[in-house]
Design a protein around this ligand. Structure first.
Ligand code: IPM
Ligand code: MG
Length: 397
C-alpha cells in the first residue's frame, strides 16, 4: 500500500476531527434563546431564491406585511430583502452562500427563504453545496421542525429532524482514498443530539402530547445512531410525564403508510438523513411536498422555507405566476409563531386550511387552468379578515 495514499487520508480525517471537536466546544458555550419580546426591531430577512422562488416568496411577504401592519408601523418589525442567493450569483462566487450574502443574513433574526437550486452532476453550474445545507450549518440551525397534518385521517405529526449533524455535516467532505475506495462520514455528538431531543420533548410537554418517538437505525449504525438513542434515554428521564418509544427507520417508514398505526405517532425526533426522507414521505400523505412548510431553528437565528425545489421548468414554460405559494406561506405562519405572534400564526394556519383544503373557492394547480399565486394570497387575506374565522374553521373539523 502506497504510504502517501494513507497519509493523505489520515490528514484529511485528522482535519475533520479537529473541526468537529471545535464545533462541540462552540455548542458547549450555549448562548440561550433570543427573547423576541425584548428585540426591536425584529429583522425579517427575505431571500427569494431561484426559479419560482421570487414568485411564491413575494406572496408570502404580502401576507406577512398584511398580518404585521401594526408592528411594521411601530418599527417593531422590519423586512430586509437579501439579493444574491441565486444560482447565478452563487455559481459566480463558486460558493454555496457568497460571503456578502452570509454577512447580510447574520444581520437578521429570522429569514424567509425561497427554494434554491442545488447543482447536480451534469448541470451547467459548478458543483457547489446546497444553500440550505450551508445555511443550516453557518447559522447553526439545529432543529428542522416539520409539521404534517391530515385531519380527515387523524394524522397530526410534528417532526424534529436534527439539522446540523449526521450524514449531512460532512456530506461534502468525504474522500476518495483511491480510485476504488470512497468514504463518507456521519457524525453524532452528545451535545447535538441532546439539544434536538430536548426540543422535541419540550414541545410534547408544552403541548400536552404524551408521546415522543425516537427513530434511528441503531441496530446497524451502532456507534453514531447508538449514541443518539442513548442520549434520548437520558433526556427522557427528565420528562417522566411524556411516554416515549423508539423505532428503526425502515419499519417506521412502513408504519407511516399503515392507517391503523400511523395515527398513534405524534412527535418524532430523528437524525438528519432519516428526517429528510421520512418528512418527504409524510408530506406526500398530506398532499405533496408543495404543501409542507419547514422551520430551521437555532438559538440565535431561524430560517423558514418551503420544502420543495425551485421548479425551473415552470418558469421556462411561463407558468411561474401559477406556482402554489402555500408551502412558503405555511413557513411564514411558523415564523410568526417563532417570533412571538402565535395568535396570528394560528389564524394564518386556519386560513390556509380553509382556503387550501376545505372551501377551495380558488385552487392553484400550477397551470393557467388554476388560480394565480397572487389570487390565492388575496383569498387568504380576505379570509383572514373574517372575524368569524375560527368558527368557520371549527365547522370543518
Ligand atoms: C430538504 C431538502 C434538502 C435536504 C436538499 C435540497 C439538500 O431535501 O430540505 O429536505 O436534503 O435537506
Ligand atoms: Mg428533503
Amino acid at each position: 500500500m502506497d504510504r502517501q495514499v494513507l497519509e493523505r487520508a489520515e490528514e484529511h480525517f485528522a482535519r475533520l476531527l479537529q473541526e468537529q471537536l471545535e464545533r462541540i466546544e462552540r455548542m458547549k458555550e450555549d448562548e440561550g434563546w433570543v427573547d423576541y419580546e425584548k428585540v426591536k426591531p425584529i429583522v425579517i430577512g427575505v431571500c427569494w431564491g431561484d426559479g419560482i422562488g421570487p414568485y411564491i416568496c413575494q406572496q408570502a411577504q404580502r401576507v406577512l406585511e398584511f398580518l404585521l401592519r401594526p408592528e411594521l408601523a411601530s418599527g417593531k418589525v422590519v423586512f430586509k430583502i437579501i439579493e444574491g442567493l441565486t444560482i447565478e450569483n452563487r455559481a459566480k462566487h463558486n460558493k454555496a452562500i457568497p460571503d456578502d450574502v452570509l454577512a447580510q443574513l447574520k444581520q437578521c433574526h429570522v429569514i424567509l427563504k425561497g427554494p434554491t437550486t442545488t447543482p447536480r452532476r451534469g448541470d451547467p453550474w459548478p458543483n457547489i453545496e446546497s444553500a440550505n445545507v450551508a445555511m443550516r450549518r453557518a447559522l447553526d440551525l439545529f432543529a428542522n421542525v416539520r409539521p404534517v397534518k391530515v385531519p380527515q385521517q387523524g394524522i397530526d405529526w410534528m417532526f424534529f429532524r436534527e439539522n446540523t449533524e449526521g450524514a449531512y455535516v460532512l456530506g461534502s467532505s468525504g474522500i476518495n482514498v483511491t480510485d476504488d475506495l470512497a468514504i463518507d462520514f456521519t457524525v453524532t455528538t452528545s451535545q447535538g443530539s441532546e439539544r434536538i431531543i430536548r426540543l422535541a420533548f419540550d414541545y410534547a410537554k408544552r403541548n400536552g402530547i404524551n408521546k415522543v418517538t425516537v427513530v434511528t437505525k441503531a441496530n446497524v449504525i451502532k456507534t453514531s445512531d447508538g449514541k443518539f438513542l442513548d442520549v434520548a434515554r437520558q433526556v427522557a428521564k427528565d420528562y417522566p410525564e411524556v411516554e416515549w418509544d423508539d423505532w428503526y427507520i425502515d419499519i417506521m417508514t412502513a408504519k407511516l403508510v399503515d392507517p391503523k398505526r400511523r395515527t398513534q405517532f405524534r412527535v418524532m425526533v430523528l437524525p438528519n438523513l432519516y428526517g429528510d426522507i421520512l418528512t418527504d414521505e409524510a408530506a406526500e400523505l398530506q398532499g405533496g411536498v408543495g404543501t409542507a412548510g419547514s422551520a430551521n431553528i437555532g438559538k440565535r437565528y431561524a430560517m423558514f422555507e418551503a420544502i420543495h425545489g425551485s421548479a425551473p421548468r415552470m418558469v421556462e414554460e411561463g407558468r411561474a405566476d401559477y406556482a402554489d405559494p402555500s408551502s412558503v406561506i405555511r413557513a411564514a405562519a411558523m415564523m410568526l409563531n417563532h417570533i412571538g405572534f402565535a395568535d396570528r400564526g394560528k389564524r394564518l394556519e386556519m386560513a390556509l386550511e380553509i382556503c387550501g383544503a376545505f372551501e377551495k373557492k380558488l385552487v392553484v394547480t400550477g397551470r393557467p387552468s388554476g388560480a394565480k399565486g397572487a389570487e390565492f394570497a388575496d383569498y387568504l387575506m380576505e379570509t383572514l379578515q373574517d372575524p368569524e374565522l375560527e368558527k368557520r374553521w371549527q365547522s370543518y373539523q
